[in-house]
Design a protein. Structure first.
Length: 295
């Protein structure tokens, strides 16, 4: 076997280079020449973020690539996207092709298979694609609402500024500060009172214990006294006083007669009156009763 000539080596290298170039261009277009596939047409209203070689995933697993895109013939508002799906992947009718664009701008076509039918799309069929609304779309929809909120927010901020600059707020803060100081002062006084009570409570408790002991002694002494005999003596004394009062009120005794005899009272009263007149006359006319002669 002879050696390979230099020209043959150059030819083989050129063929390999052409093959690698074709494979690279096909890969960039989303076509894997080493894997058989079926091409489907998916129509989108908006393909923002979509490009060739964008992956097609089923449950997170890549099952195809975007090979090319073009405007739909006869319509300038829709875009036809050609996707190469792996040969073993079938697309049931009613399945969804959703375009999902992340915050970083990377796009993915999410294939959601319809498990309730055995009727499948062919390569000549057109599948309606859906573009999912991402955070950027939500932000675009929110911009008009934010613009409407700006005047309201500005009005609120103006009101807050007026409130902050209001002298009433400053006075209120000063009053709150004064109230806080008063509360602190009251707390200190209460703590001082509690400290005093903590000192006095043991003394008061000792006095109460002493009083309780004294009351126990008095109770013991009372229990030892002959209460029945004492009450008997008191009852006897009350009876004697009652008898004495009855006898005074009756007309049988001398004292009773003296107290109850009206005539005797009148006579004594008359006698006392005459004695008074006599003493008065003696003071006024002593010569009538005393005759003094000097030799």
């Amino acid at each position: 076997m002879g050696t390979i000539s230099k020209e043959v080596k150059i030819g083989i290298a050129f063929v390999i280079a052409i093959f690698l170039l074709y494979y690279g261009i096909s890969f960039l277009k989303g076509v894997n020449i080493f894997k058989s596939s079926h091409t489907y047409m998916v129509v989108f209203d908006n393909v923002s973020g979509l490009s060739q070689s964008t992956p097609v995933t089923l449950n997170g697993f890549q099952v195809g690539l975007v090979s090319s895109m073009e405007l739909e013939p006869g319509s300038a508002n829709k875009v036809v996207v050609y996707v190469n799906m792996d040969k073993g992947v079938k697309v049931p009718k009613g399945s969804k092709m959703s375009l999902d664009v992340s915050m970083l701008g990377s796009a993915t076509i999410i294939f959601e298979s319809n498990p309730y039918t055995q009727d499948y799309y062919s390569s000549s069929d057109t599948i309606i694609g859906i573009k999912k609304k991402g955070m950027l779309d939500a932000a675009d929809n929110m911009l008009p609402k934010i613009e409407q909120l700006v005047p309201k927010i500005d009005s609120i901020l103006t009101g807050l500024q007026a409130l902050v600059n209001s002298p009433a707020l400053t006075q209120s803060l000063a009053d709150v500060n004064q109230m806080t100081g008063n509360l602190a002062k009251s707390t200190n006084q209460l703590n001082s009172m509690m400290a005093t009570l903590n000192k006095d409570v043991p003394v008061i408790s000792g006095n109460l214990n002493k009083m309780s002991t004294d009351l126990t002694g008095v109770s013991s002494q009372l229990s030892q006294m002959d209460i029945k005999s004492t009450f008997g003596s008191i009852d006897s004394t009350m009876k004697n006083l009652h008898q004495l009062s009855n006898r005074i009120n009756s007309k049988e005794g001398s004292l009773g007669l003296l107290l109850n005899d009206r005539q005797l009272y009148d006579s004594l009263n008359s006698t006392i009156g005459n004695a008074s007149l006599l003493l008065k006359d003696v003071r006024e006319n002593p010569s009538r009763y005393i005759n003094v002669k000097v030799f």
